[in-house]
Design a protein around this ligand. Sequence first.
Ligand SMILES: C[S@@+](CC[C@H](N)C(=O)[O-])C[C@H]1O[C@@H](n2cnc3c(N)ncnc32)[C@H](O)[C@@H]1O
Length: 587
Amino acid sequence: MTTKTRKKLIEVALPLEAINVASAREKAIRHGHPSTLHLWWARRPLAAARAVIFAQMVDDPSSFPDLFPTEKAQEKERARLFGIIEQLVKWENTTNETVLQKARDEIWTSWRRACAENADHPRAKELFDRNTLPAFHDPFAGGGALPLEAQRLGLEAYASDLNPVAVLINKAMIEIPPRFAGKPPVNPATRGEKSLDARQWKGAQGLADDVRYYGQWMRDEAEKRIGHLYPKVEITADMARERPDLKPYVGHRLTVIAWLWARTVKSPNPAFANVDVPLASSFLLSPMAGKEAYVEPVIENVGVPPQDLAASAGDLVGRAQLLAGKVRYRFTVKVGKPKDAEAVKNGTKLARGANFRCLMSGTPIAPDYIYAEANAGRMGARLMAVVAEGARGRVYLAPTEEQESAPLQAKPNWKPDVAMPANPRWFSPPLYGLKTFGDLFTDRQLVALKTFSDLVAEARERVSRDTAAVGLPNDGKPLREGGVGAAAYGDPVAVYLSFLVSKLADKGSTLCTWDVGPASNRTASGRSARVATVRVTFGRQALPMTWDFAEVNFFSESVGGLDTVLRTLSVPLTYLSPSSKRTLWPC
Ligand SMILES: C[S@@+](CC[C@H](N)C(=O)[O-])C[C@H]1O[C@@H](n2cnc3c(N)ncnc32)[C@H](O)[C@@H]1O
């Protein structure tokens, strides 16, 4: 026996203009968008996913000539359905229950018609139950836009994917939040609030509150353990002598936002063979009008009398002996427009790819030389500048002794040793001796990420203890075994906190670079332009080699700081509020 089906709306027409506009707008929405939970490639806009599922479930009016006998009547009905879609796709209606319910009602109406028509189907009880909508399954779910929207429209949603990261993202978006819908948090800070009983915890707001609390606990705990590796930078009178703009900060200790490093190799010029020269793709720090800043290297002769230097001209070997260990360079930071903007922009780079010049002598440094030096383990890094949090924006500073020496204390006790793929087109670091994923991090980054990772496990224990302490039941089972108590609640919190560590790794590798931002603080349309920031590891779908890199301070409140990253997790969680009967424990 065949199943009786009617033409669905998607087979006839869609309000594409409205869907396109909403989809395009969504790309600009960062605050609270579920895509900020974790990076995934080629995400589909939620608006498009929502519209497509609705239009697949709802009958087209032309299928019911008895109800809509004329084309005019059909068009009128279609226009009504389009009106529902036009409201449904708007980002601000994502959690608008009135709009969502209207859409769900239409889906039910079409479903019940299908059930009535198939009442004589031999498996009607199982396949055409008028009280149960069909389940939705996306077997290649990726970032989970389709199952999330199916769930929002009232369908029981299933997602699967080959990639475990995608599976976890789907669990975090679709499976976990409904199980805790409407539940208050367990953390002692919120539990201690007098107003707790009066507060309503909609959707996953209670879970989001716990993720925020235990994420903050992780940050504070990590700072106790490794904060000494991340010193603030003290502004001294000496520093202000060369830089009058620093005067208001003298005596203050500013929080560092990022350390800007240049990788180095030994100079190919025999006269400077002992000098680790920088491979700096740019010396520009900020082109913003009125806030220009750039790095200026200073070469210092520390012991060769000028007459000896002049006398050694033409004698390469003699000159090399003379200069050995007696000439060095340091980096200063200048503010204001540089005299030679092109030179500042180019750093020590001569051409595209691994083509540089020796800072000391101007000798070209060819790619083959860099390959050989890097693979012989002689590629290092030198601090070029420090970006700190000022009272009115970023402050760019020259390296200080304290800032250079602090990271040397970092001694990682673990490092990922998985080999990077041998595919230089998408993964070029192995060409330069960075063979494993662990090689993409500084020692300080490894220590910090390992500390955060350990703290996820500790936070999970803490959540279980706090859950038990507020009197919620504990059957000792984890969530994956259907646990319904204190032991189970540590798991979801740990899932979101592990996303936090993952996102910190994206912002905290040596593949992250300094994005100097635009020259004007206004866009062409007059809006505030974005500020200088750090480009993340996965700025694109590849891991390309970097020559200079930005190491963020996980303890700052700026770009790459844990606090900032935590908000990109906890805020979207509060918007994930599909209702479900499968909650874990009673309020
Ligand atoms: C284009 S993406 C997903 C698109 C998603 N359905 C959406 O609409 O946003 C394709 C996904 O298929 C997954 N994938 C590829 N081969 C697979 C396989 N054999 N089994 C399951 N998933 C697979 C990939 O990991 C990736 O997440």
